[in-house]
Design a protein around this ligand. Sequence first.
Ligand SMILES: Nc1ncnc2c1ncn2[C@@H]1O[C@H](COP(=O)(O)OP(=O)(O)OP(=O)(O)O)[C@@H](O)[C@H]1O
Ligand SMILES: [Mg+2]
Length: 303
Amino acid sequence: MTTDLQMDQPDKVTPLLQLSHVSISAKKMPSRLLVNDVSFTIDSGKTTCVVGESGSGKSLTALSVMGLLSKQLQLNSGKVLFNDANLGVQDLTVLSEASLQKLRGAKIAMIFQEPMTSLNPVLTVGYQIGESLTTHLGLKGSALKTRIANLLEMVGIPPGRANSYPDELSGGQRQRVMIAMSIACEPSLLIADEPTTALDVTVQAQILKLLDDLKTRMNMGMLFITHDFGVVADIADHVVVMFRGEIVESGTKAQVLSNPRHPYTQALLACVPDAEGKKALKPIDYAWLPENKARQQKLEVTV
Ligand SMILES: Nc1ncnc2c1ncn2[C@@H]1O[C@H](COP(=O)(O)OP(=O)(O)OP(=O)(O)O)[C@@H](O)[C@H]1O
Ligand SMILES: [Mg+2]
């Protein structure tokens, strides 16, 4: 919903995040780009969903924003411009590790793809939520306890569970703890890498609603990675479709879902089953790929 306040703002505001021509490769094989010339923007209070099949480069793109690419990988080119309310626009790719650490958790937070393994089993969840509050905001004592309790309540967990260890919570609750940790310092950008894939559909729906509400309440920009078009339909403002490391299509949710232009997006959408069950689940049709087209033509000639 557009508020009057938003309508009063100028048309062209600087985006919260701007990825500009980002390319990533393995250091050992710099010529084979795992992410190839990726550019898109995220605005405050909006969600950009990145969709694409496994291995299409979604997580690497997200990790490049956080400056958390593994040591075997390198950023071949590109800029990641982050618009900080206090510091202005900064290119995260050239920031020192110390400066990045100050931003991570405080201004930019990430919910990782494997949340179940991201929690420390020997520390209480309350302690783990509190860590970034102490590091970034200097909270201690009763102020810290109150904030932890508020955060747990916000994600629908009784505050008393602050003293529980991760293995005493259900999968859905652990995922909510991860969300509480990520929003603890009220980041302006939240990156969520398939945060609901491992959860059953009812818990998934609750978590999507929670993230969507938090985004609106805190005016966060959200980069949400998924391969589920149902999720996209629920929460996206903008959609970026990746295939083999490249963006093949991007646009508003309405544009991409109702009028997909690229054959890969069309093929992806065509294999999503509908609620009435009229359209069966089917594999993606890759006939549009140049190599498949060439093979088909060759077959036709041979026959
Ligand atoms: N450390 C690494 N070294 C070499 N190649 C890597 C490394 N990490 C990822 N890759 C490769 O980069 C490509 C993109 O990986 P990425 O993890 O971004 O995919 P993804 O779109 O997130 O897939 P999924 O949906 O399965 O999570 C894949 O081909 C993957 O094998
Ligand atoms: Mg991934």
